[in-house]
Design a protein around this ligand. Sequence first.
Ligand SMILES: Cc1cc2nc3c(=O)[nH]c(=O)nc-3n(C[C@H](O)[C@H](O)[C@H](O)COP(=O)(O)O)c2cc1C
Length: 432
Amino acid sequence: MPKRFHLGWFTNFTACNWEATFSHGGSPWDGKFFVEFAQALERACFDYIMLEDTLMVSEAYRGAAEATLKYALQVPKYDPIPLAAMIGAATARLGVVATMSTMAWPPFMLARVSTTLDHITGGRFGWNIVTSGEDIAAQNFGMDALPPRETRYAMADEYMDVVNQLFASWEPDAVLKDRAHGIYADHTKIHPIHFKGEFFKVRGPLNTAPSPQGRPTYVQAGGSPRGRAFAAKHADSVIATANQVAGMKQYRDDVRERAVGFGRNPDDIKILYLVYPTLGETTEEAKAKHQRMVTGPSFIEAALAATDTTSDIDFSQFDLDKPLPRLTTNGEQGSLDKFQQWGSGKTLRQLASERFESGLNLIGTPDEVADRMAQAMEEIGGDGFLISTPFQRVTRRFINEVCEGLVPALQRRGLVREEYTKPTLRETLREF
Ligand SMILES: Cc1cc2nc3c(=O)[nH]c(=O)nc-3n(C[C@H](O)[C@H](O)[C@H](O)COP(=O)(O)O)c2cc1C
């Protein structure tokens, strides 16, 4: 039997693919499209759907919101939390992961809403821990600029301490529901935390009872050394972006080594690599589809503007037909590193056209793509893939291509799950 790997899907509560040929183009804001999307993922036995989030209308590209709004790049974007509740109520086995920023959410509120969602989903809720990466988002929360990465992660580490204490503020057997004596909870088993740190001061206890997982499954995407250390310390699953097998393997080996340094079993962390497959009935059809996309009239500009939103760097200042200077950011460094492919000598135009590639050549028939995923996973060592779409624009047609084409091809090879056997998301991730 080959070693199995995990599947997740990376999406967000945005305008879907309103302009695609095979899209009804209607409004997705009632959430029903996403519920059906999640149900399709559940039929295909995905471990989780991951709802991304950011908190701004980016003005990074050319210093204006024009491209962001013109191409609907991450805007409009609705709140993932109510959507996670809808999806959780309409599914039974799929993990539901939603993004919340430690910059935006007070820890008490985050712990309470996470506990609520973990109850609603019966233990399938995951929190994608982000610190936010844009000045303009910080300006929506009373700051003039984003704090430097070191400070953000120092705050996030303390934040984790607070929420972990809040999750533990009710002992697991505190709720008695003792009908004979009319006692709901044993108050001696529920404790204030009186947390006083450098950044947070929280009294506790939580005013919610412990949820099935005790705390949500923690998902994180650290790219920088500081971010990787954070992921290694806290995450149950890491969502990673890297180029080619070598980059993915290097990333995984590094995070696993850091996890050992924190006294953790590295097998408790499942690293899923972001990939954007293009599927067709034939190899030629898939290649033609991909070519049509990258040569579309607005693709290069939209790809650059989309990279600007996460790096806070204005790529319009660079010559499209020259290589980039080496860039760093206080925003998403890992995503920027993947984009800039430093040392490759590629021009900015080439980099933009490869914005949604992983270097694994996942363009082809379901069988071809399944074989390449299998080979890559074997060389990397684990733990799975996070499927996504360029600009997170998704159609039912693509969802079907993956769930009715690619996943069955992987299942026929014994590479991915064919059933759920565990009740909670953390246990599902740890099954293999
Ligand atoms: C697959 C993936 C998904 C991410 N999702 C979000 C998100 O939803 N919201 C957000 O603010 N940042 C998101 N990020 C950014 C990460 O939280 C992180 O800041 C980034 O990977 C850079 O790592 P660093 O913080 O160590 O520099 C995501 C990154 C990746 C690779």
